[in-house]
Design a protein around this ligand. Structure first.
Ligand SMILES: [Zn+2]
Length: 97
């Protein structure tokens, strides 16, 4: 993975369709459903819940986005969860349209 592939040039939160659209410096575009981001949260709490076989909250819309340094985003979800840190490399890994 070269650095252009994890360098975002534009991030658009399409609330109506609950998609987070990321355009990358290498020309690729990711369109990530909010619910996918919620179920792929890698914070300690969510990872523990997944290991315990607990159902992950479904269909949880993103209600807020903040930058964490220069390399990650932090999402706030409608279910009140706001601890998930998503590095650009991980967001890229989650899918390219
Ligand atoms: Zn989490």
């Amino acid at each position: 993975m070269n650095s252009a592939s994890i360098q975002p040039v534009a991030v658009t939160d399409q609330r109506a369709s609950q998609l987070l659209r990321i355009e990358w410096a290498d020309g690729a575009v990711s369109e990530l459903p909010h619910s996918l981001l919620r179920t792929h949260c890698k914070c300690a709490e969510c990872v523990a819940a997944q290991r315990a076989g607990q159902a992950v909250v479904q269909g949880s819309a993103i209600t807020g986005i903040e930058m964490v340094g220069e390399h990650a985003l932090n999402f706030k979800f409608a279910d009140g969860h706001e601890r998930g840190i998503f590095p650009w490399a991980y967001l890229r890994e989650l899918g390219v349209a």
